[in-house]
Design a protein around this ligand. Structure first.
Ligand code: GLN
Length: 265
């Protein structure tokens, strides 16, 4: 598994990334046609994400029911508590529509608990509760693997994709709060940042996931990079991103879990 951030920002399926991911290109693009992005607003830190995305120029919708899922250019799933969030998705009859949207290729950004909900394999489940996943990204994660709330920490992360997109070369400040560990990163998934040799932020096309809370340190560059990826995908006529076929698992049927994740769960 590659644990160092890749320096080759543009991916083979992403011609033209350079112009659209530049901060200036994104600002111009958003001024012409703002992206309409949803923030799953059932639990967790959705307000800070919504404010940050709005300040980046996106139109933001707080998503609490399946009606709001239509016409979205992307959906951010915030940090919080992944089992609670998936239970609430069930209660609000959102889980199956979300699975469908994932199968249709909806761009996603999952942070912390949101990353857990996007993963393919999840270790560290809650007793008497089967941890649910949207199978939106080819990664395996382990919940709470960095320790308890008291073991939360901050770190400055090198993220070569930011300067490559004209978003500045200073490291990204990241807050890890009962964070999940990325235990496997699939071959189509690009590592954006690592901490102590372990991947902590990844992307596949316009699907991003981070083990930390990027919305809490006042640095919106990862949000901008995600918006630029969505804008680019739109401009290219919404091609499927690598990893998206995972979302096409028939409803209610998960792809076979990797053996390692099964054993740990
Ligand atoms: N520990 C939480 C979970 O397992 C995630 C923590 C967070 O989102 N800050 O869902």
């Amino acid at each position: 598994m590659s644990t160092s951030p890749s320096t080759s920002a543009p991916q083979p399926h992403s011609p033209g990334l350079g112009s659209l991911t530049s901060a200036q290109g994104l600002a111009q693009g958003l001024a012409q046609a703002p992206l309409r992005v949803g923030v799953l607003a059932l639990q967790g830190d959705f307000q800070a994400h919504a404010a940050m995305l709005e300040s980046c120029g996106a139109q933001v919708l707080e998503v609490r029911d399946w009606h709001s899922l239509g016409e979205l250019d992307g959906l951010l799933i915030p940090g919080g508590e992944s089992t609670t969030m998936s239970r609430l998705c069930d209660r609000y009859e959102l889980w199956q529509p979300l699975q469908r949207a994932v199968g249709d290729g909806l761009p996603l950004f999952g942070t912390c608990a949101g990353m857990i909900l996007m993963a393919r394999g999840i270790a560290g489940g809650t007793r008497n509760f089967e941890q649910k996943s949207l199978f939106a990204l080819d990664i395996d994660v382990a919940r709470n693997a960095y320790g308890r709330q008291l073991d939360s920490f901050e770190a400055d992360l090198e993220m070569p994709a930011l300067p490559a997109a004209g978003l500045g070369s200073q490291p990204l400040r990241a807050l890890f709060i009962r964070a999940p560990r990325l235990e496997r990163v699939g071959p189509e998934v690009q590592v954006l940042a690592a901490h102590r040799g372990e991947p902590v932020a990844v992307r596949a096309g316009a699907r991003f996931a981070a083990a930390f809370h990027p919305e809490l340190a006042g640095d919106d560059r990862l949000h901008r990079l995600w918006l630029a990826a969505i804008a680019e995908r739109k401009a290219l006529g919404q091609p499927k991103a690598p990893g998206e076929p995972l979302g096409k698992a028939p409803l209610g049927k998960a792809p076979a879990q990797p053996a390692a994740a099964r054993e740990r769960a």
